[in-house]
Design a protein around this ligand. Sequence first.
Ligand code: EPZ
Length: 426
Amino acid sequence: MDVIRIEGGHPITGEVSVEGAKNSALKLMAATIMAPGVTTLVNVPDISDVHIMGKVLKRLGAKIDVAGKHELVIDTSSVDSCETPYELVAQMRASTAVLGPLISRFGEAVVAMPGGCNIGARKIDLHILGLEALGVHFSFDHGNIHATTPNGLKGATVTLEFASVGATENLMMASVFAKGVTTIDNAAREPEIVDLANMLNEMGARITGAGSPVIEIEGVDELHPVEHRVVGDRIEAGTFLAAGGLVGDPMVVRGFDPAHLGLVLKKFEVMGIEVERGEDWCRVSRAGELLPTDIQTLPFPGFPTDMQAQTMCLLALASGESVVTENVFENRFMFASELMRMGGDIRIQGHHAIVHGQKALSGAQVKAPDLRGGAALAMAGLVADGITTISDIHHIDRGYEDFVEKLSSLGAVIERTEVPDPALDD
Ligand code: EPZ
């Protein structure tokens, strides 16, 4: 099996560019179903989740050319099925992002119920409730969701119980062809939502308010294909900036909008990291010690849950006690258990993690619990004494392109290597 092996203690400095956002690209790909014809997406990250979404679209009948490492040419004129198979949805929960587009295009959809994952149950009840308000009828059997629209799609006002990113996106896409106006209240405000609304509007949709808590969609008759550039990945950027803040040497991260990491960068400054913000770049460095602070994750513009593990890694080496509160997912502290193997002093109490900063961490064999926790373990390995070996790195490959190569270009002594899989020992 593949592992990442890191020797800690080396300077990590220089410049790195991030790719297009995973959490936008996947939805943009799904949205191409709504505009029959050839849409070109540029700045698409070359990661396994994008490859899986490509398989989902091909299974639906689309044709996809990889025109360059970060360019997808997607022809959805040949999409002739509205069924997504379990084996693909089980591999990637985000496959449910085709629900809205399929209902919009065909008036029906069959999508496998997504299973849970390491960080939580990942229900889609808010998607279902919102879509029912638009006139979608659901039935469930054999692990599949069957959606039909016997009376077509009619605009409605939907107030989301929680500002769910996925529910907001599916509702926005299902409303584009609905008769009349749809209002989504308590909508998620993530930059990836704005990117999706921008592309849909470029295709001919009439969406206003994306990025605010109230999104309004005026139904139109059709969409046309476009060329669209995926917004820069703020979480990949935040991950490298956290690594820079951890090691302390100057690091510049390019290819994203620092305004998309507003609260994260402010918290980094509270923790003693110097932050310089450019138009599409950010520079971090640190002269003094890391300082403790409290973090609580919330929907955007609150502190992003996808930066929780990386920030906990910083706090594990801060000069005091910090409390990290995870309000978005019910089980996103597995990273903490792995960090304790490296000497982290963390006590979990419900959805709080009390972090006692230590002077140092020690290298150990650890397992990536999810993609962000895996990246945070690599961060810890950069500063830990000795060797850190990370297994289950398929999690990291889901959302980080050339992760090892990028850290190596910054000076990390890191390699991806094959080790015998102990589970196969006789
Ligand atoms: C998106 O997941 C992201 N994934 C996640 O990123 C991110 O952590 C999350 O938004 C929050 O920002 C993609 O965009 C592919 P939610 P999503 O719907 O849409 C509960 C990463 O690391 N909920 O906002 O699934 C849900 O269980 C990944 O890149 C319901 O209860 O997030 C969770 O506790 C991890 N019912 C919370 O809301 C629903 O119908 C947030 O979910 C929907 C959600």
